[in-house]
Every structure is written in C-alpha cells, then in structure tokens.
Design a protein around this ligand. Structure first.
Ligand code: ZN
Length: 258
C-alpha cells in the first residue's frame, strides 16, 4: 500500500489512481528527457503551464528529477533509496498504485542521470546530489554482468547492482536493472568471487595464499578486496537462476580472467 506523507505528484489523493493532468506530464517529461531534453527545460515548461508541486512549490530541476526517477512511476516500491524486492523471486516488488510508465522507461530515464543524482542512490531522506558517485557498498558491484537472454536472443550484459533484500539467507542481492531477469544472492555471489580469485584463478593471475589468509581473517577493507578482485578478473557473467531452486548453484557465475 502507498505510504502516507504528501501526495506524490502524478497521482490523486488516494495515491493509487493516476492524476488526469499530472500523470501525462510526468510521462511526457520522461520521454523528453530520454530524448535528450534538459531537466531545466522541462521544469520551465511545467512552470509555463502553471504546474505546481503537490505542496504548492514551483517545479525546478531537482524536483522534476526526483519525480521522474522515483521508482513509484513504474510501480516499483522503494524505501530509503533501496528498491524493495520480492523475496521469492528477487525481482522488484510492485505497489498497488497505477504506473505512469513501464519499468524499461523508468530505467531509461534513470540512466540519463549520474548515479549520485538518482532518487535510488540518494534515498528519500538523504541530502541532495553533489555530483559525486557513491562508493560501492557491495563486494561484487561492477564485476557482475547479466547473462540473461533478451527476446531477440542476444545476451543482456547489463551490470548487476547490489541492493538490500528481505531474506535471512540473502540480506542483499545483485540484480540486473536493465532487463530485471537475472538476480543472484549477494552472499552467494561474493563467496563465488572469493573462491574464483583464490582457488580457481589460472597461474598467471593467481594470488599468494598470504593474501587469502588476510582476507579470511577480516583484515581487508571492502576497497582493498575489490582491488584484489580487479587484478584477477575483468568481470563475471551470471546465468539466471532456475525459479524455485533453493540450492546455491556456484556454476552460475562465469569469470572472465584478466
Ligand atoms: Zn539483464
């Protein structure tokens, strides 16, 4: 169910039904932005049309950005800047409200902004963007690529991004935001990476056992661990899991050695 707070721009007071004037504006803004229009220009247009925010403010680039990139526009749920995932599937959980655009449109508009400026990375309560990229919070962020097939038969190859999940066994997961068809348990992927780097790396990139000892002893910071991974693999392709299979399939992660 939608939460309380001010009415989200684009929806009526019930927070479920689309607003007849605002929703088409948001949709058009998303299409325009993906087509290359600046957010400032969109905000000017809204001002010229006499549009005001749901609390009466004049739209500006920041508010328009926030409206367009809120996961809510495609029906996705989020809390404090984290997409909520359904624990059974690992895919984004849907709210009960009507969506303004389909998920691929929302993903496309999000992709036009740098990571730090996105609602998703900022969270509703976090300070506004400063143009800096947030440091990766998960070990395998940036190393995993989506191995799902698109409808045309080509491999998606989108980056799998880490995010919190509601599962005791997998408190976080890596999910493809391009196609949404590939998701892997965070602890599983991290464990596979560690195993690949220290036990399966070919001779020329194999690391000394002393490094592994320090890793296992918890002496390395996340950034150090990520540098170690970078020295051994360029990326890993993750095959989509089989639905309903609860066991961890280590073979889903295929490394591309440096
Ligand atoms: Zn994908």
């Amino acid at each position: 169910m939608p939460h309380s707070g001010p009415r989200p721009f684009g929806w009526q007071e019930d927070r479920i039904t689309l607003h007849p004037v605002e929703a088409p504006l948001v949709e058009k803004a998303i299409v325009d932005r993906v087509g290359g229009k600046t957010v400032r220009a969109i905000a000017h247009e809204w001002c010229d049309l006499g549009v005001t925010g749901t609390r009466g403010g004049r739209p500006n680039a920041a508010t328009v950005t926030q409206i367009m990139t809120a996961p809510r526009v495609c029906g996705y749920r989020a809390n404090r800047g984290e997409l909520l995932l359904a624990p059974e599937t690992g895919l984004p959980a849907l709210g009960r409200w009507e969506a303004i655009v389909p998920p691929h449109r929302w993903q496309a508009v999000c992709a036009t902004f740098s990571a730090g400026s996105l609602y998703m990375h900022r969270g509703s309560g976090a300070p506004r963007l400063n143009g800096q990229r947030a440091a990766p919070r998960y070990l395998a962020s940036g190393f995993l690529r989506c191995g799902a097939r698109r409808r045309d038969g080509t491999v998606c190859n989108g980056p799998l991004c880490g995010q919190k999940a509601r599962s005791r066994r997998s408190p976080y997961v890596y999910t493809c935001r391009d196609c949404g068809r590939c998701s892997i348990s965070g602890p599983l992927a991290d464990e596979v990476l560690e195993r690949l780097v220290f036990s399966e790396a070919p001779g020329q990139v194999r690391l000394p056992e002393s490094v592994h000892d320090r890793w296992r002893a918890g002496e390395l910071q996340l950034e150090e661990k990520r540098k170690i991974i970078t020295s051994v693999v360029t990326r890993c392709v993750v095959r989509p899991g089989v639905k309903g299979n609860p066991s961890w399939d280590y073979s889903r992660v295929e490394p591309v050695w440096r």
